[in-house]
Design a protein around this ligand. Structure first.
Ligand SMILES: NC(=O)c1ccc[n+]([C@@H]2O[C@H](COP(=O)([O-])OP(=O)(O)OC[C@H]3O[C@@H](n4cnc5c(N)ncnc54)[C@H](OP(=O)(O)O)[C@@H]3O)[C@@H](O)[C@H]2O)c1
Length: 298
């Protein structure tokens, strides 16, 4: 397994297991524990969470199945969680909103630690930019949880470059990553300044929905149909599968991208782990880009 260094001293496996679908996938108890142990055996040591996954259920499901059953596994893994999304009904609210106040960040992290069955996370991300947030207050909350040892590192998710610059300007510690949607299905962030900004900052990225949420495999839209054809051809040439090619397409980027897999099928996770061995040519990378966008570069 390759590992990606975020900031000075955080290393995450280049394949990170996302736990957003754990509840829907019925990953509870022994099944979840076995899956996590199999991931660790593959060298995949990083697990991505958020309080809102599974309607506030997934963190607890992981804590109950894994860390409360086998606390000794904690030192073998890195845990990422997020903060700042409030689902409808949680505070009597009619709509979902983002909330990056100090009170909310501290409250949510304490609840996450309790649910996950740990007393710290390796990385805490502000899940989405909150247009009402006072960045001085958000920064104060993030520095407080780091000082208290409840989060070892901090970062953001779904932030545009100017939003990172703004929040970083209020912080005395670095934001070590931006977790963004990056995949052959969604190439926008390769062209809107997000990737250039990350390269400028020397900031590796985390890619969410690296397989487009699975839509490439079954979508009947023109983009999915075009992608399936090209991905299948390239997969055949390399003796692998379409998902392997989609991960390799991200891993080749010089910014260094860690892919957060959404599957809870260990064979599919293994495909992601093996994709680091797969080296795509320029021609193959651009053929996939052209299939995604529906046109060749000019
Ligand atoms: N920061 C954010 O705002 C944000 C947003 C969304 C997600 N995330 C994170 O990113 C993680 C991954 O997101 P995602 O679940 O959308 O990722 P994804 O890996 O793009 O999609 C996962 C889906 O693809 C399916 N799939 C995988 N391999 C397949 C194959 N070979 N054939 C057919 N279907 C296949 C999976 O089904 P099976 O389970 O049946 O394999 C699953 O339904 C989440 O768990 C979460 O941690 C973050």
């Amino acid at each position: 397994m390759n590992y990606v260094k975020f900031g000075d001293d955080l290393e995450l496996s280049q394949v990170i297991v996302g736990c957003m679908r754990a509840k829907d996938a019925g990953m509870e108890g022994e099944r979840m524990l076995r899956f996590v142990e199999e991931c660790l055996d593959l060298g995949i040591d990083s697990f991505d969470h958020a309080p809102v996954y599974g309607g506030y259920a997934c963190e607890k499901l992981f804590g109950d199945a894994v860390l409360r059953k086998k606390p000794e596994l904690r030192r073998k893994m890195k845990i990422v969680t997020k903060t700042g999304i409030v689902l409808p009904g949680t505070e009597g609210n009619q709509v979902i909103y983002y909330k990056s106040t100090k009170k909310e960040i501290i409250k949510e992290l304490e609840e996450s630690l309790e649910k996950l069955g740990t007393d710290y996370v390796d990385l805490l991300l502000v899940h989405r930019p909150d247009p009402l947030a006072d960045p001085a207050e958000t920064a104060d909350a993030l520095e407080t949880v780091v000082k208290e040892g409840k989060a070892l590192h901090i970062g953001v998710s779904n932030f545009m470059p100017s939003q990172i610059t703004m929040l970083q300007s209020y912080l005395s510690i670095p934001l070590v990553t931006n977790q963004m949607e990056l995949s052959v299905k969604n190439v926008d962030n390769f062209f809107n300044g997000v990737l250039d900004d990350a390269l400028t900052r020397r900031m590796p990225l985390m890619a969410w929905s690296p397989l487009g949420g699975g839509s490439v495999f079954s979508g009947e839209d023109g983009q999915s149909v075009r992608l399936r054809k090209v991905l299948a051809e390239i997969a055949q040439d390399h003796g692998t599968t379409m998902d392997g090619v989609m991960y390799a397409w991200l891993f080749v980027h010089p910014v260094r991208i860690a892919a957060i897999t959404g599957t809870m099928n260990i064979e599919r996770v293994r495909t992601a782990a093996d994709a680091r061995e797969l080296s795509l040519s320029y021609d193959e990378w651009y053929r996939i880009l052209a299939a995604s966008r529906g046109f060749d570069v000019p």
